[in-house]
Design a protein around this ligand. Structure first.
Ligand code: HEM
Length: 502
């Protein structure tokens, strides 16, 4: 009994000390935040009350309304605060450019810290020279000529997708396409990046798929609950254990895939490619391992980064595209007609690279869909030094949130932003805007390395789907909402009735 009291006192002291840095930052941001436009903040909790009893389903509306209130008062940026964190939001492309074009302020923000044990050191999270070297090394995997080589996988997996949907239609009248798209894009990224048949669409590797979902859920819970930001609390409530269990599954899967590919190359089962332009992503990494540029752990982090960044984003984007098409039948019909004109009527024909760039109208529709529902709702930078934007000093250690969602809903740039209008992307309309008023793939040096890959992937899947089915929504347009999470998934999926085209 006597030992319990000092242990309890010690634990309490550790707990109190662990808050020292929180209090220091809270004070600093209170002083700076008070001079910025933004909603009134509490000295300790900041703007936490805005999110009380809300879920990430409500956040888009909250942030867009706050941004519009600030814009109406003439502000070009706004701040929000929660406990010891400050977030400064550029409200138009011109202001966002200051940070996106900076070659020094490229470090990722506080909300990414959760991903460090999994992806830290991979391209998405890396900093400084390491980021520069890895970006240079991996760029050839996304070269135009290389993308054409991925078309086979896009076509094959899209056909499996159609089979899976048709099978589901035998027993269900209403189908939520989102999980189908997610499994398909996971199979595509594994096939293209690593040269392996993953088989998520056929029900394989279920444990990995579950672990990705579990880890994503934890990420959201962590970012919404500031008490979990304290390592001690996180551990004591059992979150650390769940976190570690998911990580074990995720890392093991990738490590096994790497070992398998290495062995296949060594045994000659897979022909060794020497031109970097022709190599798939994992083979580029493995060749850099041979020349001691990368360690095995570096390779694992990069592969995990591409699996993470490459599948949820594209499937979410395609889901919102289908949602917009289902709710705008005229636009859907126009896209379908354009697809038939360019590719012909055979629903089973492969999509080829020569014709795909002729889909001008479809491309505008895809862009407008990403404007209305930015698949990545926000990215963050953490400042290393004070910077001044629009005459306002933003302090070091503060976060800048560049939110495509908030920028794309700017009524001063996009008249009636809630209206789906592909003509906003006619060249003469684009010329009227700052190029950073539309940034679904971010912009500047740290833009999305996978954007061309993703657009091609999405187009091929869309062509296969629309050639087979007409889409009819089974929920009202606003009954499923974009979640303000790492990826803006639809809160209630995208339930559809699919009508066969032939
Ligand atoms: C619609 C689909 C996609 C969207 C909307 C999207 C969006 C983005 C955004 C906004 C960023 C900047 C993140 C930040 O600054 O923190 C980013 C970075 C990145 N994306 Fe994508 N992405 C998509 C698809 C993909 C795909 C298919 C891949 C891989 C095959 C990929 C790989 C990456 C990587 C590795 C980075 C980090 C780049 C760097 O920091 O140098 N993304 N993406």
């Amino acid at each position: 009994m006597s030992i319990l009291i000092p242990v309890a006192v010690l634990l309490f002291l550790v707990y109190i000390l662990s808050f020292y840095d929180h209090v220091r930052l809270m004070r600093k941001f209170w002083i700076y935040g008070g001079k910025m436009p933004g909603p009134p903040a509490h000295p300790i909790f900041g703007n936490a009350s805005l999110f009380k009893n809300k879920t990430t389903e409500d956040f888009v509306e909250i942030f867009v309304n706050l941004a519009n209130e600030a814009r109406a008062k003439g502000a070009n940026l706004m701040r929000t605060q929660v406990m010891n964190r400050i977030y400064v939001w550029p409200l138009n492309g011109k202001t966002a450019a200051t940070i996106l074009e900076s070659s020094t302020e490229m470090n990722k923000g506080d909300d990414y810290s959760f991903l460090v044990p999994w992806l830290g050191g991979g391209l998405l999270m890396a900093q400084g020279e390491k980021w520069k070297n890895h970006r240079k090394m991996l760029t050839p995997a996304f070269h135009f000529a290389k993308l054409e080589g991925y078309l086979d996988v896009f076509n094959q997996e899209s056909k499996v997708l159609i089979d899976c949907i048709e099978k589901a239609m035998e027993t269900q009248e209403m189908i939520d396409l989102f999980p189908f798209f997610k499994r398909c894009t996971l199979d595509i990224i594994c096939g293209t990046a690593m040269g392996i048949k993953f088989g998520a669409q056929l029900g394989k590797n279920h444990e990995y798929v579950k672990a990705v979902e579990g880890f994503n859920k934890l990420t959201v819970e962590y970012s919404l609950n500031p008490f979990l930001w304290n390592k001690f609390v996180y551990w004591a409530l059992g979150y650390q254990k769940m976190h570690d269990d998911f990580l074990l599954i995720l890392k093991k899967f990738t490590n096994d895939a790497i070992v398998e590919r290495r062995a296949a190359i060594a045994s000659g089962e897979v022909e060794k490619e020497t031109s970097k332009r022709k190599m798939n992503f994992l083979d580029i990494l493995l060749s850099s391992e041979e020349s001691n540029e990368l360690t095995s752990e570096d390779i694992r982090k990069e592969v995990d980064t591409f699996l993470f960044a490459g599948h949820d984003t594209t499937s979410t984007s395609l889901s919102w595209l289908c949602w917009n098409l289902a709710h705008n039948p005229d636009v859907q019909e126009n896209v379908y007609r354009e697809i038939l004109t360019v590719f012909g009527e055979d629903p089973n024909e492969d999509v080829t690279s020569e014709k795909i760039n002729r889909l001008e109208y479809t491309e505008r529709v895809m862009k407008e869909s990403k404007r209305m529902f930015a698949p990545v709702p926000g990215v963050q930078r953490k400042l290393t030094k004070d910077i001044v934007i629009d005459g306002i000093t933003i302090p070091s250690e503060g976060n800048i949130t560049i939110s495509p969602t908030v920028l794309h809903c700017n009524p001063y740039i996009y008249e009636k932003p809630e209206k789906f209008d592909p003509d906003r992307f006619l060249p003469e309309e684009c010329a009227k805007r700052h190029s950073y008023d539309y940034i679904p793939f971010s912009a500047g040096l740290r833009n999305c390395i996978g954007q061309k890959f993703s657009i091609l992937n999405e187009k091929v899947m869309l062509i296969h789907i629309l050639k087979h089915f007409r889409l009819e929504p089974k929920l009202g347009f606003y009954e499923t909402k974009p979640l303000f999470e790492v990826v803006a998934k639809p809160s209630h999926g995208i339930p559809m009735k699919l009508i066969r085209r032939y």
